[in-house]
Design a protein around this ligand. Structure first.
Ligand code: NCD
Length: 314
């Protein structure tokens, strides 16, 4: 049985095949409409979510399956002190696959150790968010035809933004990726990402403080929200929250075929006028999230074979 807790749980080849499956689903959704008849997905969300939870649920429903779950820690027995290990052992009897979001780093990993069903990390604290990464990768692939060779500017809260951490982990496995990290000093990407992920890959990487100075170089601009809920004090958040705001004026400096991505929700970091620009991909990106999650559910349930290698280590 395989789980998806960290983007590296899937090899690059497995990831590429999964993205191809998502593209086949986009081409012909009717062919997949009953693949999960009789199957149940549990969404165990201990932290707020709109897109991730609903796109998981939509994905399972579009495959013909059913869903159950909870949308906050307060509405689950976690409020009574139940451990993640006990919850998942029980859920293993209620569902065939589970997606878990948790405010504690590592909670979905713990769940996977006790589960009798595949567990998917739907975001754990400021750590990882591998299904957002699949969504991002599919969006990059569909907007440029290829992931290799991309110059990507990651902008905003690179310290607490789990989508950024997971995306970098996945992108280093492709050829000729050029990383430009755009953040205030206080929200720089964590040291382990620089030293253990980007460093050994040999890919070029620069850290800058403004988006204007690099805008004309970028193929992808990946905007992120300042992660208020992970700050230790409100003053720091207020000081940093509007560090970067993408406006039509700034976007005018970008390439004609630039793609602007954002995992959403957006707060202030992209002016609404930018939405009309054809380079704004974030709503399309959110839609792609349903298709990659359909592909992931089919893969982890073993309904679509040939995506995962037989000797997978997870
Ligand atoms: C992201 C998350 O939860 O990490 N949202 C999402 O899943 N689409 C990004 C964010 O909350 O800023």
């Amino acid at each position: 049985m395989r789980h998806l807790i960290d983007p590296l749980d899937f090899t690059r080849a497995e990831t590429d095949r999964l993205l191809s499956l998502a593209e086949r689903i986009i081409e012909d959704p009717a062919a997949y409409a009953h693949k999960c008849d009789g199957k149940i997905l549990a969404t165990l969300f201990y932290e707020p979510s709109t897109r991730t939870r609903l796109s998981f649920e939509s994905a399972m429903m579009r495959l013909g399956g059913k869903v159950l779950g909870f949308a906050s820690a307060e509405s689950s027995s976690a409020a009574k002190g139940e451990s993640v290990a006990d919850t998942i052992r029980m859920i293993s009897g209620y569902a065939d696959i589970a997606a878990m979001r948790h405010f504690k780093e590592g909670a979905p990993y713990v769940a996977s150790k006790y589960a009798e069903i595949p567990v998917i990390n739907a975001g754990d604290g400021g750590h990882q968010h591998p299904t957002q990464t699949l969504t991002d990768m599919l969006t990059i692939r569909r907007s440029r035809g290829d992931i290799s060779g991309v110059t990507i500017g990651l902008c905003g809260d690179l310290k607490f933004g789990r989508t950024v951490h997971s995306l970098i982990k996945s992108l280093v496995r492709y050829e000729n990726v050029n990383f430009i990290l755009i953040s205030p000093e206080e929200l720089r990407v964590p040291g382990y990402i620089l030293q253990e992920v980007i460093g050994p890959s040999g890919h070029p990487c620069r850290e800058v403080r403004t988006m204007e100075e690099v805008m004309s170089e970028l193929d992808i601009l990946y905007m992120t929200r300042v992660q208020r809920e992970r700050f230790f004090n409100e003053e720091d958040y207020v000081r940093l929250k509007d560090s970067f705001i993408l406006t039509p004026e700034k976007l005018a400096m970008g390439k004609k075929d630039l793609a602007v991505l954002h995992p959403l929700p957006r707060v202030n970091e992209i002016a609404p006028e930018v939405d009309r620009d054809p380079r704004a991909m974030y709503f399309r990106q959110a839609r792609n999230g349903v298709f990659v999650r359909m592909a992931l559910i089919l893969t982890l349930l073993g309904i679509e074979n040939g995506i995962l290698e037989e000797d997978g280590t997870c």
